[in-house]
Design a protein around this ligand. Structure first.
Ligand SMILES: [Fe+2]
Length: 388
């Protein structure tokens, strides 16, 4: 066996009511005044209030930066860092979906590293550990609370920069399914499919390893077995708990074995058409799986099994095809919109597809796919995902 590396946040606090522990956990990080990085919706819906109560109960101070309303840009990172310094904070608590958590990761490392976040794009470029960081996800999707990855948009070039570094792993992840109860159906669906994509890509990635396989298969089982129920009734706590646990496990898996072609192709859709990350993944997942199965039919067959499909007596390839149809059925059941329904213009997509395909390949993620894709094949997959 070749030598592998496997990283987790040093502390994960999870379960209904976990958010009450934010104060004690911040104390353990030796923080006295936290910068809460979030968005206005989190403030208005009272979710930030729950974190503030936790901090106050432990006698801690805080300031709030609540402007991360969309996928984070270099400007958000700089602005947030300014608020951190101005208010003399000494730790960061991220509250929200992937955007505030990704922004907070970048702000935290920029506390102790010189220059611009742009200088650290790529793999393990960050030299020094950042400010102590706690991540409190409010969606069951990105898994960002458990990963060493952040995605920051460079608006001057409309590209999504991928930064991967052990210094980006949060010190504490607080995973509380009660925070997801109020989420609307569309968000539950999109974030849930994002999490499922993490698990599937982590499992079929050429960088998969025995430890990530355990988390990835468990996540596939939890998400595919509970997402419909969480979507159908947002107050189904058991379904919410299981999808959130699945999302956490999927985050741990992909952080250590990487995502692949779906994510590589998804980021340029987000950057060019401002489609939410989960929606663009969901639009691609079925077609990309269908394209990829012949690269590793045995692994896709085990995905079918984890999704509860009966594969007895089937060849690996036949079973792998069952995984593709099971995923497409799930996407259809929870009414994930197509790229067309999301407002993507077909002509514009055709015009931009060659650049998007090149950007996808340059991101490195497609290189982890079990079937390698050429630029032409990626362009064709964009067309297939758009639909009729
Ligand atoms: Fe993702």
């Amino acid at each position: 066996m070749t030598i592998k590396n496997f990283l987790l946040p040093p502390e994960i606090i999870y379960g209904a009511g976990a958010v009450e522990n934010t104060g004690a956990a911040t104390r353990k990080l030796k923080g006295n005044k936290a910068l809460i990085v979030t968005d206005e919706v989190m403030v208005n819906t009272g979710l930030v209030e729950k974190v503030i109560r936790g901090l106050e109960n432990s006698g801690l101070g805080y300031s709030i930066y609540d402007q991360v309303s969309m996928e984070p840009t270099i400007e958000f990172v700089e602005e947030g860092l300014g608020v951190y310094k101005q208010n003399e904070c000494d730790c960061i608590v991220a509250v929200g979906g992937g955007s505030p958590i990704d922004a907070a990761k970048a702000i935290a490392v920029m506390v102790n590293n010189p220059g611009s976040i742009k200088d650290y794009m790529g793999i393990e470029k960050i030299k020094y550990k950042g400010a102590p960081l706690m991540a409190v996800p409010t969606t069951a999707g990105t898994g960002s609370e458990a990963t060493r990855v952040t995605i920051i948009t460079d608006t001057s070039t409309d590209t999504k920069m991928l930064l991967l570094s052990s210094h980006l792993t949060p010190d504490v992840a607080v995973v509380d399914p009660l925070l997801t109860l109020s989420k609307p159906k569309g968000l539950t669906a999109a974030t849930g499919i994002d999490a499922l994509t993490h698990a599937i890509e982590a499992y079929v990635s050429i960088k998969a390893q025995p430890l990530t396989d355990i988390y990835a298969l468990s996540a596939i089982k939890l998400i595919s077995g509970n997402l419909r129920q969480a979507w159908a009734n947002g107050n189904n706590l058991e379904a919410r708990e299981n999808t959130m646990l699945g999302s956490l496990q999927a985050g741990i898996a992909f952080s250590n074995s990487s995502v692949a072609l779906v994510h590589g192709m998804s980021r340029p859709i987000g950057a060019n058409f401002h489609v939410a990350h989960g929606d663009s993944n969901a639009a691609l997942l079925g077609e990309v799986m269908e394209f990829s199965v012949i690269g590793n039919p045995a692994r896709f067959a085990r995905i079918a099994l984890a999704m509860g499909e009966n594969i007895e007596g089937l060849t690996n390839l036949e079973a792998a095809e069952k995984a593709v149809t099971a995923v497409k059925r799930l996407i259809s059941d929870i009414k994930i919109p197509s790229l067309k329904e999301l407002g993507v213009n077909r002509k514009e997509l055709e015009r931009l597809a060659p650049k998007m395909a090149a950007d996808a390949i340059n991101s490195g993620s497609p290189g982890n796919n079990p079937r390698q894709a050429t630029e032409e094949e990626i362009i064709n997959l964009y067309k297939l995902a758009y639909g009729q």
